[in-house]
Design a protein around this ligand. Sequence first.
Ligand SMILES: Nc1nc2c(c(=O)[nH]1)N(C=O)[C@@H](CNc1ccc(C(=O)N[C@@H](CCC(=O)O)C(=O)O)cc1)CN2
Ligand SMILES: Nc1ncnc2c1ncn2[C@@H]1O[C@H](COP(=O)(O)OP(=O)(O)OP(=O)(O)O)[C@@H](O)[C@H]1O
Length: 227
Amino acid sequence: MTTDKTASSTPFHDPELVSTAPAEAAQDPHAEEKRRLRTQLRRLRRNLTASQQHEASRQLCRRLKQLPEVRRARRISLYLPVGGEIDPTPLISWLRQRNARVYLPVLRPFAENHLWLVEYRPDTPMRRNRFGILEPSRHYSARRSNRLPAWALDTMIVPLVGFDTEGNRMGMGGGFYDRTLAFTRVRRPRPCLIGVAHSLQQVPHLQPAPWDISLQAIVSDRDIIRP
Ligand SMILES: Nc1nc2c(c(=O)[nH]1)N(C=O)[C@@H](CNc1ccc(C(=O)N[C@@H](CCC(=O)O)C(=O)O)cc1)CN2
Ligand SMILES: Nc1ncnc2c1ncn2[C@@H]1O[C@H](COP(=O)(O)OP(=O)(O)OP(=O)(O)O)[C@@H](O)[C@H]1O
């Protein structure tokens, strides 16, 4: 895993090169520490009670509805929560009333750790992916007309495992969003990225990795952080 000599100098500003970079895990000197912190933060959110979750979701959605990036979005992605993630789904009916289109991440087949963004309508057929997360079915997602390239979204609501007040983020560790959004370093248009999490997922400082994509805002049940 550590034999690739070019690994540490991989130009992460080039999404094409980056997405084929070998020995990915070996490139992150903070990997072990991040893994531990991730496990700890995931446990914290999993341990929230149903009523804490309900209240956090209410507060989150109240704040999200105030954001211009959410209010003006015609095409917006969010996620269906698992494992204690803060729940953005009460936003869906509100968005539909405003005639916004709602998209969900789908694990992209044959492209390791990349996401498709697939439209989510009331009649969209759903299935569970390999992580047990509900997503639009393979058949439905395979139809190009049901998807959007990430650049065509106005806003993406991105789940976080950890964050700091400078807007550094930590995800589930698969690099799914980082890979899917790597193009934002070099091309426009690009979606506005809003990270969301429970306030207890805030940590004093996260060391950003070279491939981390930065967020326009982080919204929790307590705050709106603009880095
Ligand atoms: N609700 C939700 N949907 C999402 C994401 C997310 O973070 N939250 N994703 C954001 O990326 C993508 C899925 N990414 C994921 C990455 C890792 C694991 C996970 O549970 N990993 C396990 C080991 C899994 C296994 O191999 O079986 C673990 O770390 O313990 C789950 C989802 C797309 N959909
Ligand atoms: N653009 C990219 N191209 C190739 N590999 C990448 C890219 N971005 C991240 N990775 C790899 O993905 C792995 C996970 O990265 P990291 O721990 O930062 O995930 P994360 O930010 O928590 O996940 P996510 O992006 O899904 O929220 C790392 O090993 C990293 O090398």
